[in-house]
Design a protein around this ligand. Structure first.
Ligand SMILES: *Cc1c(COP(=O)(O)O)cnc(C)c1O
Length: 431
């Protein structure tokens, strides 16, 4: 039994005596046999362990799981049981939370273009916080709340002029983006006025989300510094929500911050800023998505055609592709992979792992070492696909979307079933 590189593979991942990948005590060979491929295999202990670690690291604040990373009924139940809040950003995500009867006061509702119907539904359900994103929305929400006879708690989404990805952050002077109220232009201060002068709304805090897959805290520090400057000018506003974005390891080259360290640094940054402004330390909220869901899941594929182009490269085709993982195409994301169904002593060779779609850009991993004796019928596993994998999956080429199989303590259960051809055909209206 081998314990796999823990930063990239799910917490419980090992291999058995014949080299088969085992996650949550379940052999992936068994999963392929019972549920088919491709499939997302989700290590429940990994997901929930991370959720609880965020809960503990922010015990004096509010961690919200960002549902857009991966959301389904069962995940909502885990998030509830493990004591986190839930961040949703559309009526559809809200509907999942509502069906699972997630406590409304622990919900936070995002979005730059929430419809009247979405706001009405959120207010009627009693959503704890609506993050307002435009002057139009402030008016719309005020009228919805007044109509319902309630005072809606809101946060204001600000654009702090900081954008961060991985190791770098940039100060974005012109703040050219669709989200939020610009701090620099004074729009954020005007939004504070608009919300505080509306009797149907109650301003509880400020929010910013500076980017994704971030490994450092400098960007958060600058955002906090700027937001606290505004917060210091308003009475009775007690929450600072610094959004999501903490990075994970997709390959062994990535070195993400542990959540405990991240929380310690954020708290220190905020405490120091508040001391110099002479204000009380606000309640800290964060919205991890990728950092909870990402590392929990591996995508299991079956190898099909292998095409060797002499002097160029070898294309190894799998039975999924850009329909279950768009991140490589969209963001030039990097992944690793391993042969999952047997042991091989063959030398590794670098190949391109590609999908089955009619698109030459349909690539899962551009360049990955896999055993030279790889053959059709082998299973290949790609780790760290739990965030923005199934959530961004499409039906391109009429490919049904894969299931999500949760594994724990030797048991496997489907928490999102595989889409069927019948599901897809049912959408066509026949003459
Ligand atoms: C996307 C998003 C998140 C989650 O981002 P991760 O990078 O997955 O942690 C949190 N908050 C907001 C507002 C977002 O848009």
């Amino acid at each position: 039994m081998t314990v796999l590189e823990p930063s990239v593979w799910p917490a419980t991942a090992t291999t058995d005596a014949s080299g088969v990948l085992v996650v949550g005590g379940v052999s992936v060979a068994r999963i392929a046999e019972e549920y088919g491929t491709p499939a997302f295999v989700l290590d429940e202990a990994d997901f929930r362990g991370r959720a609880r670690a965020w809960r503990e690291a922010f015990a004096d604040g509010d961690p919200y799981y960002a549902g857009k990373a991966f959301l389904c009924h069962e995940v909502v139940r885990w998030v509830e049981a493990d004591g986190l809040g839930l961040d949703v950003c559309t009526g559809g995500e809200l509907a999942v939370a509502m069906r699972a009867e997630f406590p409304p006061e622990r919900l936070l509702f995002h979005g730059n273009n929430k419809s009247h119907a979405e706001l009405a539904r959120a207010v009627a359900y009693g959503v704890g916080r609506v993050v307002v994103d435009s002057f139009e929305e402030i008016e719309r929400l005020a009228s919805v709340a007044a109509g319902a006879g309630v005072t809606q708690r809101v946060l204001i989404r600000v654009t702090p002029g900081v954008e961060a990805h991985t190791h770098e952050y940039v100060q974005t002077g012109q703040e050219d983006q669709k989200f939020g109220f610009s701090l620099a232009s004074g729009a954020a201060a005007k939004a504070v006025e608009a919300v505080t002068s509306s009797p149907a709304l109650s301003l509880v805090g400020l929010h910013a989300h500076i980017g994704s897959q971030i490994f450092e805290t400098q960007g958060f520090a600058l955002a906090a510094h700027r937001m606290l400057g505004l917060l210091a000018t308003v009475d009775g506003v007690s929450e600072l929500n610094l959004g999501g974005g903490l990075g994970i390891a997709y390959t062994s080259e990535d070195a993400p911050l542990a959540v405990g360290e991240f929380a310690t640094r954020l708290r220190a940054i905020v405490a120091e800023e508040c001391a110099s402004l002479g204000i009380a330390v606000p309640r800290l909220a964060v919205e991890p998505g990728r950092a909870i869901a990402g590392p929990s899941t591996v995508t299991l594929y079956e190898v099909g055609t292998i095409k060797e182009l002499p002097g160029l490269r070898t294309y190894v085709s799998v039975d999924g592709g850009m329909s279950d993982n768009i991140r490589t195409v969209l963001y030039d994301a990097h992944y690793t992979a391993r042969l999952a169904s047997r042991r091989s002593d063959a030398e590794p060779r670098r190949v391109t792992l590609c999908g089955k779609h009619c698109e030459s850009g349909d690539i899962v991993i551009r360049d990955v070492p896999l055993p030279a004796d790889l053959r059709p019928g082998d299973l290949v596993a790609v780790p760290a696909t739990g965030a923005y994998g199934r959530a961004m999956a499409s039906n391109y080429n009429h490919v049904p979307r894969p299931p999500v199989v949760a594994v724990r303590d030797g048991h496997a259960r489907v928490i999102v079933r595989r889409e069927t051809e019948a599901d897809l055909l049912a959408l066509d209206v026949l003459p």
